[in-house]
Design a protein around this ligand. Structure first.
Ligand code: ATP
Ligand code: MG
Length: 653
């Protein structure tokens, strides 16, 4: 069979299990009327304007959308302030003394901030930033642990019209320096350190290394978090607590244009050099507000916990802007899920009475590997809704989550979106959608998505490339400083009005969307284009497997061979049972067909992941093909690839 590199991706896995919303959930859900999809589709501008009207504006917009592909402007002429929408408007009403943030540090220390207290802190830090010379449009880099000062600093920037750029606290000095220089930041806010697995991450020290070559930085504000000694440059560095002590809490908000920038955030770098994604104020706030309200079904009584680090877009949209715009109570946790023990998450859920939990497949697969004894130690009955984001979720991991964490009673929302989209785009609505494990189901109302083949023809049923065919309010406006890359990366695959997210997907005969992984990772085996996700899911379907990564590697005979890297569930210890190797290969063949049977299969202890926890398959390909490793700067733990490399070479010898 000839290879057809442009052939549409095959759909192999058939998942038949279905979960309709339970009646008791449906009855109380924020969205219950299925006709909302039709109504929103018929007039999507009107639909989004409806949510926009629930927010607070200084001046109403004149036009909902101006779409000159590939450039969109939303809520033109409207004026608002994001911090006012996240705080002030609640302080003016009955939420004034409601908990906005419940925070717990890794060592177990706690803080609670009501909306009123949050307003005072944000006002004070807004004034601090002004005293350091920060003006509207200036960039402020935030390199901080998961402590309340991080959302406070973000909202303070939003209040005075500065553009914040959060750099995840796990990044190196080099990555921090590159990002500071890319955006030309004036001020850096950091901390002496943060807690991670009982150790201090020396953020100030890393910052000092980064700042040796960052000409635009004028001042550094340092939060005292861990208390260990740090270097201090008296001309440049200031303590957060000293500046705050003298600052007034009254900080009149800047009246921002709907299209004024709110923040820059770099993508997590799974596929290569990170892109500085620019989000603006009005549309972003409307999109995150609406999706938080409907997808997470948020109510005033909820305790919402999105476990993502604020350094990623999930933390921006669903720890900070979306939930606070809804007046929710949010839990923030500083540390690792296995500190002091592997039940830390479940301990947090029980003690704080978490009702809605939003986490990532990588975490769920780690919980699967550790076993059910950890969640079983805790009363998780406060939970009423579960969410996932970040990677495709394997059906078996979905079922595990639904059963062992959700007690079989909570709806699970698998939400697809990206740094670039700013908000959830493909997702179930928990009171309406009959879910299927592994499927993100349908586009959010008002959003239009489809599946296209390389030539731009629509794939009604089957696999292909995901495409978004209509603008949405929280969409990125550009890549900071690189308009050309913005156009070429996202808007040239088909035509300039169709957004290309870079992900493969399939649609079943009922119209459900199933994400198949990144287009870059699709394997071309004997003329068949196979997504990594389906082979991985077939492996995770076996009761011994917790996680797997599959890549296509060049093979002298077949052209491309399938290599699978498998992590087993921990349990009864000892090496994998004899015969398991062939059993797993056979399991894949049985589940999805002989064409997808891995040619090589390796048992490994760990996989190369980005700092956001996503599997970096391109590095596995490099290892398996004996190449020099590509860009590894966004890798979470470089020791993992060294171990894998040694193991791989030994097997091959
Ligand atoms: P880079 O673009 O630099 O490679 P990244 O794509 O990993 O980094 P993010 O914007 O954080 O950075 O991740 C978005 C990607 O995560 C999506 O394009 C998709 O591949 C994956 N993803 C997110 N949520 C889901 C989901 N629910 N199902 C399947 N894939 C998902
Ligand atoms: Mg991406």
């Amino acid at each position: 069979m000839s290879s057809q590199p442009d052939k549409t991706i095959e759909a192999l896995l058939l998942e038949k299990r279905q979960f309709p919303p339970r009646k008791s959930f449906q009855e109380q859900a924020n969205v219950r009327d299925p006709s909302i999809y039709r109504k929103a589709d018929r007039d999507f501008e009107k639909f989004w304007a409806g949510f926009a009207r629930e927010l607070t504006w200084y001046k109403p917009w004149k036009r909902v959308l101006e779409w000159k592909p590939p450039k969109a402007k939303w809520f033109l002429g409207g004026k608002l302030n994001a911090s006012v929408n996240c705080i002030d408007r609640h302080v003016l009403g009955p939420r004034k003394n409601k908990a906005a943030l419940i925070w717990e540090g890794e060592p177990g220390d706690q803080r609670l901030l009501t909306y009123r207290e949050l307003l005072r802190e944000v006002g004070k830090f807004g004034n601090v930033l002004k005293s350091l010379g920060v003006r509207k449009g200036d960039r402020v880099t935030l390199y901080m642990p998961m402590i309340p000062e991080l959302p406070i600093a973000m909202l303070a920037c939003a209040r005075i019209g500065a553009i914040h750029s959060v750099v995840f606290g796990g990044f190196s000095a080099e990555s921090l320096k590159d990002r500071i220089n890319d955006q030309g930041a004036k001020v850096l806010v950091t901390a002496d350190g943060g807690w991670r697995r009982g150790n201090v991450v020396p953020l100030k020290k890393i910052s000092d290394d980064a700042l040796s070559d960052t000409p635009t930085i004028e001042a550094v504000v340092v939060v005292k978090r861990t208390g260990q000694p740090v270097g201090f440059d008296p001309k440049r560095d200031r303590w957060w607590h000293e500046l705050m002590a003298g600052a007034s809490a009254r900080c009149p908000p800047e009246k921002m244009d709907a299209e004024d920038p709110l923040y820059i955030l770099y993508t997590s770098g799974t596929t290569g050099k990170p892109k500085g994604i620019l989000h603006t104020t009005g549309g972003y706030l409307v999109g995150t507000y609406a999706t938080t309200k409907w997808v997470f079904d948020l109510k005033d009584e909820d305790v919402f916990w999105c476990t993502a680090d604020i350094g990623w877009v999930t933390g921006h949209s669903y720890v900070v802007y979306g939930p606070l715009a809804n007046g929710a109570t949010c839990l923030i946790y500083e540390g690792a899920p296995d500190t002091p023990a592997r039940d830390r998450f479940w301990d947090l859920v029980e003690r704080h009475g978490v009702t809605v939990l939003y986490t990532a497949p990588t975490a769920i697969r780690a919980f699967m590997k550790w076993g059910t004894e950890w969640p079983e130690k805790h009363d998780l009955s406060s939970l009423r809704l579960l969410g996932t984001v970040g990677e495709p979720i394997n059906p078996e991991a979905w079922i595990w989550y639904q059963k062992n964490i959700g007690g079989g009673r909570c709806p699970v929302v698998d939400t697809w979106w990206q740094t670039e989209t700013g908000m959830i785009l493909i997702t179930p609505l928990p009171g309406l959608t009959r879910t299927r494990p592994g499927s993100a189901t349908f586009p959010f109302p008002g959003v239009r998505a489809t599946i296209l083949d390389p030539a731009g023809r629509e794939v009604k049923v089957g696999g292909g490339y995901l495409a978004i065919t209509r603008p949405w309010p929280a969409m990125l406006r550009t890549i900071w400083g690189d308009e050309e890359r913005y156009v070429s990366t996202y808007w040239t695959k088909w035509s300039r009005d169709v957004y290309f997210p870079g992900d493969g997907a399939k649609r079943d005969k009922d119209g459900y969307f199933w994400l198949l992984g990144r287009v870059d990772d699709v394997m071309n085996v004997a003329g068949h284009r196979i997504g990594t996700m389906e082979v991985e899911s077939a492996l995770v379907d076996h009761s011994a497997v917790a996680e797997s990564a599959v890549v296509g590697i060049s093979d002298d005979l077949k052209g491309t061979a399938i290599a699978a890297f498998v992590i087993l569930k921990e349990k009864k210890s000892g090496p994998p049972a004899a015969g398991l190797h062939d059993e797993l290969r056979g399991h894949v063949a049985k589940k999805i067909g002989a064409i997808a049977k891995p040619d090589k299969l390796f048992f490994v202890a760990d996989l190369p992941k980005t700092r956001s926890g996503k599997i970096m398959r391109r590095l596995l390909r490099d290892i398996a093909e004996g190449r020099v490793l590509g860009d590894t700067t966004t890798l979470a733990d470089s020791a993992v690839v060294d171990t894998l490399k040694a193991q791989y070479e030994e097997k091959e010898a």
